[in-house]
Design a protein around this ligand. Structure first.
Ligand SMILES: Cc1cc2nc3c(=O)[nH]c(=O)nc-3n(C[C@H](O)[C@H](O)[C@H](O)COP(=O)(O)O)c2cc1C
Length: 378
């Protein structure tokens, strides 16, 4: 159990915080800290960024209806997932090439997250290997898989993640090819080509055995060839089920039929996500997709939420709409760019204060009560 005294959060000073408090100012600070190409890579969405805007605007159409006089002097923010208890309902989303934001990349993020017991999801296209990230903190870690054209590479990654103590496998299903990201095309920028996403590949014997020569350009070309795999289908997920005893989550689910199929397929969880508007532009906002998916899944497996969470009240809304846990993406990446590991730690401190204060003011003292909270939709 994680018991917080509500009042501590209200009076606790945020002195020493070197990050802007507001998300919008944090984004501007990251813009100043990064090259225009790197900032644009992180901030932008695909196409005309219609979905990226929808993710933000959709939250404003859902309103919290507080139910008060409930003695909220103590809060319990803990949740249970896959047989484990976590002190908060938050998970850090998989973000590739984090090293372009800070030299310490994934190491800095997992160390900061571990102080809060928050799981960090390492991306397939991390700058560091699964083993290096596994050893860099004793906090909980999950591994995100981009399926590879040669499936033995995927199975090798999963085995390595198991051996390195990772606790779940997150298969991203919305990226069978890269989204049409106009800003990156304008800049002619690919962080993969700059060598930022190789950690897991250059340390994998199965991948290396596919190359004619081991050079930087051969590795980059090999990665691009492997992670674009439009043939991905349900049979791959069924096969993966046989290969691992770790819980499998599918990330990128937006259609209720896919959610039902995921349950039938025996996966342990799913993540409602549109990849932060970076993949197919014009798709539904994650928050609009969530209620129907929660409804059809009907508690059979956990439904996690991802895409667009910026503040504590956003998280409150999606938990009240039925999500079992919430992924945080760009805000922690910006914090990393502005102030490294300390930046991520400060961001999480502030975000949790905001979340706890939002729970208190809504009149709910634990996540179960939060999930019964009334939300209305314009
Ligand atoms: C710079 C960047 C890189 C990302 N890399 C990955 C990745 O490697 N694998 C993945 O599944 N999702 C990746 N994502 C998507 C995130 O996991 C998450 O879905 C997205 O950031 C959610 O949107 P939000 O940050 O606006 O909340 C990336 C997102 C960003 C911003």
């Amino acid at each position: 159990m994680s018991i917080y005294k509500s009042n501590d959060y209200i009076v606790q000073s945020i002195e020493g915080n070197q990050l802007p408090i507001s998300y919008e100012e944090l984004e501007q600070a990251a813009k100043a800290a990064l090259s225009p190409q790197a900032f644009s890579y992180i901030a932008s969405g695909a196409g005309a960024e219609e979905t990226a805007h929808k993710n933000k605007n959709a939250f404003q159409r859902y309103s919290i209806v507080p139910k008060l006089l409930n003695d909220v002097s103590e809060l319990d923010t803990s949740i249970s997932l896959f047989g484990k208890t976590y002190p908060t309902p938050f998970v850090l989303a998989p973000v590739g090439v984090l090293k372009q934001a800070d030299e310490q990349g994934d190491f800095a993020v997992t160390r900061a997250a571990s102080k809060f017991g928050i799981p960090f999801i390492q991306s397939t296209v991390s700058s560091f290997s699964i083993e290096e990230v596994g050893q860099s903190s004793d906090g909980p870690k999950w591994f995100q898989l981009y399926w590879t054209s040669l499936e033995d590479i995927s199975f090798s990654f999963v085995k390595r993640a198991e051996e390195a103590g990772f606790e779940a496998i997150v298969v991203t299903i919305d990226t069978v090819t890269l989204g049409f990201r106009e800003k990156d095309l304008f800049h002619g920028y690919s962080p993969l080509a700059h060598g930022y996403g190789q950690g897991n590949f250059e340390s994998d014997d199965v991948f290396l055995s596919t190359l004619d020569e081991v050079s930087n350009s051969a590795i980059v070309d090999g990665i691009i060839k492997q992670i674009n795999y439009p043939a991905l289908n349900w049979s791959h997920i069924e096969k993966l089920k046989e290969k691992t005893s770790l819980p499998i989550l599918l990330k990128g689910v937006l259609h209720p039929d896919d959610a039902l199929r995921a349950v039938d397929c025996g996966v342990e969880g799913l993540i409602v996500s549109n990849h932060g508007g970076r993949q197919l532009d014009g798709v539904i906002s994650s928050v609009d997709a969530l209620p129907e998916i929660v409804n059809v899944v009907n508690g059979k497996i956990p439904v996690l939420f991802d895409s667009g969470v910026r503040r504590g009240s956003d998280a409150l809304k999606v938990l009240a709409l039925g999500a079992d846990a919430v992924l945080i993406g760009r805000p922690y990446v910006y914090s990393l760019a502005v102030h490294g590991e300390q930046g991520v730690e400060q961001f999480l401190t502030t975000f949790l204060q905001d979340f706890n204060s939002s729970m208190t003011l809504s009149g709910v003292k634990d996540i179960n009560q939060l999930k019964q909270m009334k939300i209305v939709h314009d």
